[in-house]
Design a protein around this ligand. Structure first.
Ligand SMILES: NCc1[nH]cc(CCC(=O)O)c1CC(=O)O
Length: 313
């Protein structure tokens, strides 16, 4: 094969990620021609409407996936965090490259740290998970919805004169915006979203040629971590309707997974952790999900699940 087409969204972060994968591919396969097929998705089109009215987590990926199924592109690069737990028939998560730093970052126009925020400070995010975690630690904070791409959110933070905003460190880093960060939040404080910091490279299951081109981009450790995290998410109904966090690390053949489900206002949080051999990553995720469900997550899902599909952002 001499040429491959990569489907991508047009946001600066998506383009960075697609070009990054194009670079990895040409590095592995000198002479391979790689082009980008830039697309606008429903998630990019309906920026003004509340997320709950325009669709769920798949919003940013559905049209890209359709372009693979239609044969308009050969592979797609997504943020794994934006992907639903069930992939469409005929498509496969062919490779996950090595994970970028999965932590959240607190950005503040005045360089404030989270603990220094005054009573009632206003903090921007549109992620249910981040709202829940922030409010559970600081019930006095006012959470202000921030949507759009990374740069848009930072600009809105300033316009609205917020005390700060929480974004993914990985996105800021990729865009060269680390100077905006006043504090990288430890995972013990802000447990990351399932798949945060991971790039997902997707292709048609039957496309053996593209699969073999992508094989060298795979990072086995990252795959183990995301297998555990996504098994947790799948068992908790996809996780796009209630605050859900899941983060796994791998050390010496053992995968260690932490998970959290909470009420959007942070008034209740159920947290837990599980470890197991890397071969059992999927079972570790499912077991932690069962444990969280039995300890109160089931009630949270019953009260807040399904009605309001909102993607992590
Ligand atoms: N929902 C948007 C999105 N999807 C992935 C990232 C960050 C990059 C990553 O997690 O790989 C972001 C931006 C953010 O949450 O601040």
């Amino acid at each position: 094969m001499k040429a491959v087409r990569i489907a991508t969204r047009q946001s600066p972060l998506a383009l960075w990620q697609a070009r990054h994968v194009a670079g990895l591919l040409t590095q592995q396969h000198p002479g391979l021609e790689v082009s980008l097929v830039e697309m606008t998705t429903a998630g990019d089109r309906f920026l003004s409407a509340p997320l709950s009215t325009v669709g769920g987590k798949g919003l940013f990926v559905k049209e890209i996936e359709q372009s693979l199924l239609d044969g308009r592109a050969d592979l797609a690069v997504h943020s794994l965090k934006d992907m639903t737990s069930v992939l469409p028939a005929g498509l496969l998560l062919a490779a996950v490259p090595r994970r970028e730093d999965p932590r959240d970052a607190f950005c503040s126009p005045n360089g404030l740290m989270l603990e220094m925020l005054p009573q009632g400070a206003r903090v921007g995010t549109s992620s249910l998970r981040r709202s829940c975690i922030l409010r559970s630690r600081r019930p006095d904070l006012e959470i202000v919805s921030l949507r759009g791409n990374v740069q848009t959110r930072l600009a809105r933070m300033r316009e609205l004169e917020l005390h700060g905003a929480v974004l993914a460190y990985a996105g800021l880093k990729r865009l060269g915006l680390e100077t905006e960060i006043s504090e990288v939040l430890p995972t013990t404080l802000s447990l990351p979203a399932v798949g945060q910091g991971v790039l997902a490279i997707q292709c048609r299951t039957e496309d053996a040629m593209v699969r073999s081109l992508l094989a060298p981009l795979e990072d086995a450790t990252t795959r183990v971590a995301v297998t555990a995290e996504r098994a947790l998410m799948a068992r908790l109904e996809g996780g796009c309707t209630v605050p859900l966090a899941g983060h796994a690390t791998v050390d010496g053949g053992i995968v260690h997974l932490r998970g959290l489900v909470g009420r959007p206002d942070g008034s209740k949080v159920v947290e837990g952790e599980r470890s197991g051999p890397v071969e059992a990553a999927h079972a570790v995720g499912e077991a932690l999900a069962e444990e969280l469900l039995s300890r109160g997550a089931a009630e949270i899902l019953r009260d807040f699940g399904r009605s309001k599909p909102v993607p992590e952002s």
